[in-house]
Design a protein around this ligand. Structure first.
Ligand SMILES: [Cu+2]
Length: 398
């Protein structure tokens, strides 16, 4: 049971939008009656999805936005609240919103043709569910490739019972990858198996590049097996964004502890997270609290969320950096004022080393049987399935 007091209710009024129905208004009044006890507060949002011009690269292109923003607004709730979220589709194509990681009735899950009909152009869909959990989550379109065009945002649920970290100021960090190219065109390029993106990212491979790194054995071994060169990601992105910008700053006091709610709203990019001012204390993963531990570098995968607590040093501005895991770019949050302290660069991965450093003997021993470059007597001896034989040696340098 929940007994919100009037001041709490007043605080929340700022983001509790239009209370349309009579029932909702009655609940609103009842919240202010002394001694009134209610099972839940109704928290309402209106999300309007539209196409809008953006300019991340010096070129005007159309993105998809929620309430005119990319990412969409952060939706905040308290555990036990009843969410009413009206999604208005102003685009000329159908859409949907999926609430990633939220426990809810199936028909509210936002998967078109599975749990609901798609939201047609000009239509509104009312999502309504009780919040039975707390933590950092996100929402995104579940229609076609709209997520990578901008339809995503954060969803934060404060626990009913205050935990050790809930008094800290929090800041939502939504990471994403952006390309000016239309999402369907990206898909076509990937389907063709084109080398275009690796050329643009500078991650294509050549004899010269292999020679420079002393990786000729690995290079020819791979070529002879007609395997495509390794890359850590498939798509070239024009920009990596943190809350919709390559760089953002946040006022922070010396010595202050801040909880960053980090969400990977990227289409394909994993990010390395770093903080220049000291270790990050990881306190939650995918919305769930974890036994806190310190980490200097953390890899966040697509759609994952991590809550980390950072402590500001006594003076200066410190970078919280998200580096694309293929080394092709980064986005930063600068915390605090004064002299800037950047996070250390992450060494560029050695993409030639997917086969390990191979001897000439191994390369020449390639057989038509596909023994992965092992001399045939090794294969006969069963060494081909030695664990870690083709380990991602390059990753050790990361
Ligand atoms: Cu999802």
């Amino acid at each position: 049971m929940k007994t919100p007091n009037c001041s709490q209710n007043a605080d929340r009024r700022g983001f509790v939008k239009r209370m349309k129905s009579v029932a909702a208004v009655l609940v609103g009044i009842a919240l202010c009656l002394p001694g009134a006890e209610l099972s839940a507060a109704i928290v309402e949002y209106d999300l309007t999805i539209d196409r809008q011009e953006v300019n991340f690269t010096g070129k005007h292109v159309k993105a998809m936005t929620i309430n005119g923003r990319l990412p969409g607004p952060t939706l905040r709730f308290t555990e036990g609240d009843h969410a009413v979220i009206r999604v208005h589709n102003q685009m000329d194509v159908e859409t949907s919103i999926h609430w990633h990681g939220i426990l809810l009735p199936n028909e509210m899950d936002g998967v078109p043709f599975v749990t609901q009909p798609p939201i047609s152009p000009g239509q509104t869909f009312n999502y309504e569910f009780d919040l039975r959990q707390s933590g950092t989550y996100w929402y995104h379109s579940h229609t076609m490739l709209q997520e990578q065009r901008g339809l995503f945002g954060a969803l934060v649920i404060t626990p009913k019972a205050e935990g050790a970290f809930d008094r800290l100021r929090d800041h939502v960090v939504v990471l994403s990858d952006w390309t000016d190219e239309e999402a369907n065109s990206v898909l076509q390029t990937l389907k063709r198996g084109s080398k275009w993106y690796s050329l643009r990212k500078g991650s294509s491979q050549s004899v010269l590049g292999a020679a420079r790194l002393g990786m000729l054995g690995a290079y020819f071994s791979r070529e002879l097996q007609r395997m495509p060169p390794m890359d850590l990601s498939d798509v070239y992105y024009d920009r990596f964004l943190l809350n919709g910008a390559p760089q953002q700053s946040l006022v922070a006091n010396p010595g202050e502890k801040i909880r960053l709610r980090v969400i990977a709203g990227s289409a394909t990019t994993f990010f390395y997270l770093q903080f220049a001012g000291g270790p990050m204390q990881v306190i939650a993963a995918d919305g769930l609290p974890v036994q806190p531990f310190d980490e200097h570098r953390l890899l966040i995968g697509v759609a994952e969320t991590y809550d980390v607590v950072i402590r500001m040093p006594v003076d200066g501005s410190y970078e919280f950096r998200a580096t694309a895991h293929d080394g092709s770019g980064k986005a930063s949050l600068w915390l605090g004022d004064g002299k800037r302290h950047a996070a250390p660069d992450i060494p560029y991965p050695n993409l030639y080393s997917n086969m390990g450093v191979l001897s000439l003997k191994r390369v020449l021993a390639i057989t038509s049987g596909g023994s992965m470059g092992m001399p045939s007597n090794d294969v006969r001896a069963g060494k081909f399935d030695r664990p870690g034989m083709n380990g991602m040696d390059g990753m050790k340098e990361m």
